[in-house]
Unconditional design. Structure first.
Length: 444
């Protein structure tokens, strides 16, 4: 496929945005729904825009890729999205200042569709998240409210404790934690306390770990990633400051300090410092580049093997003062019971899924099961990956619907929560005794 783009004057989308198109849910599309692109061509078919409807449009965030969109609309679908998880045969159209590129979701990757003419296809109502500015304003209001008390967990087995936390939230790509463990192990032998202090978080699709001092420097990767997961993601984030204290009997020991992720990002955004340049150190010399300029940790033709990089701050002493204040603040936290903390995180996983399903049910405009007799919402794949049978029982008991069932739907992938079209959906989650009603392979 080529890079040719088409202008679509009929589309009323943002100058930089994306739209998801899915096949109409009727008999005319049954034979080629979820078909790989090659199979479509073999059958003598084309990707006809007349068979599609637009189901979602939103601004395209800086650096957002097609893979980012695929991940978001499969693992952590945004509020207001009522289509099915992004799948083979869907089309994603990227709108960039009047020019469109259409991309067919294939079994592996995407196929660009220069022939896909999106003009004339109506866009759905704008259902995207609020703007970044609005999110920040809402975040500040959340921070202003009294946050639940945070705890510290001292002298723990760092690997064991963080792995237990991760199991309450990270369903996919758990091998990210292997990278984190190498960082902690290396830090255990370092004399400087700042080199042994990290900010770590678990998310549904992996983990991230950075030196604390790097997160407080604007313009470099750790700060940008911390900011991204606050501003652009709906993921449940479990965040901690980690101080590695050493090795005992071959195990990495340290202290964990619980963080309120939203509150912590607000604090970072207000206190982070500006870096002036990045100093790249090689075996035979150094090079300096502006902050924000990309570089690769590869040998330099003149100075040889890459060793490391460091950022040069406009006010280096200010960073040391900031880190000392951070350490003093978290040392004031009350000691917590790690076992009870893990149990509370597990309860939070189930409650978060219950709230998500109730919210999604309220947003549906009409019954969306194949027979139009039920409202249905897919259970999050991450939740199903992490949950036990008992957890499914508890989730079921928290959902406030008399006609509720958990079921597969025809040949669709996944498990769905279904309720009758006559059910009252203007309700909130509840607490009740566990019970469960699973119906396998039921077509609604």
């Amino acid at each position: 496929m080529n890079d040719k783009t088409k202008t679509s004057p009929g589309i009323d989308a943002d100058p930089v945005s994306f739209t998801i198109y899915q096949l109409k849910d009727d008999d005319t599309t049954r034979d080629f729904r979820f078909e790989p692109y090659d199979c479509l061509l073999t059958a003598g078919r084309t990707v006809d825009p007349a068979n599609y409807k637009a189901v979602y449009t939103a601004p395209l965030a800086p650096d957002m890729t097609l893979d980012d969109i695929f991940y978001r609309f499969n693992v952590n679908r945004p509020e207001g999205f009522t289509g099915h998880s992004l799948s083979v045969s869907d089309v994603v159209v990227l709108h960039r200042k009047g020019k469109d590129t259409a991309h067919y979701v294939d079994t592996v990757g995407y196929k660009e569709l220069p022939e896909f003419q999106a003009q004339g296809l109506p866009l759905p109502p704008r259902t995207e998240k609020p703007s970044v500015r609005e999110q920040l304003k809402a975040g500040k209001k959340k921070v202003a409210k009294k946050a639940p008390p945070l705890s510290k967990f001292e002298d723990v087995d760092v690997f064991e404790a963080l792995h237990a936390i991760m199991k309450q939230n990270t369903g996919f790509y758990p091998t990210d934690f292997d990278v984190d463990k190498k960082m902690f192990a290396k830090a255990a032998d370092m004399p400087n306390r700042a080199d042994r202090t990290f900010l770590w978080f678990s998310r549904p699709m992996g983990t991230n770990c950075f030196r604390e001092r790097d997160v407080f420097v604007k313009g470099i990767g750790p700060y940008t990633i911390w900011r991204y997961y606050y501003e652009q993601s709906n993921d449940r984030i479990l965040a901690y400051a980690v101080e590695v204290t050493g090795r005992v009997d071959g195990k990495i020991r340290g202290n964990l300090y619980e963080l309120n992720f939203a509150q912590h990002y607000e604090h970072i955004s207000e206190t982070a410092l500006d870096a002036e340049t990045i100093n790249i150190i090689y075996e035979g010399g150094e090079r300096q580049i502006p902050v924000g300029q990309r570089f690769f940790p590869t040998p330099d033709p003149e100075y040889g093997k890459y060793v490391r990089y460091e950022y040069l701050l406009r006010d280096p002493d200010a960073l040391q003062d900031l880190l000392r204040a951070e350490r003093a603040n978290r040392e004031r936290l009350a000691p917590g019971d790690l076992t009870a903390h893990i149990a509370a995180l597990h309860d939070g996983l189930i409650e978060a899924e219950a709230r998500r399903i109730v919210t999604e049910m309220k947003r549906l405009d009409s019954p969306n099961s194949p027979g139009k007799t039920h409202y249905m919402v897919e259970l999050a794949p991450v939740f199903l990956h992490l949950a036990s049978t008992e957890d499914a029982d508890r989730l079921f008991s928290m959902l406030p619907y008399k006609s509720l069932s958990f079921s597969k739907v025809g040949d669709r992938y996944g498990i769905y929560a279904l309720i009758s079209k006559h059910e009252n959906r203007d309700v909130s989650i509840r607490k009740s005794q566990p019970k469960r009603r699973i119906q396998k392979c039921v077509s609604r």
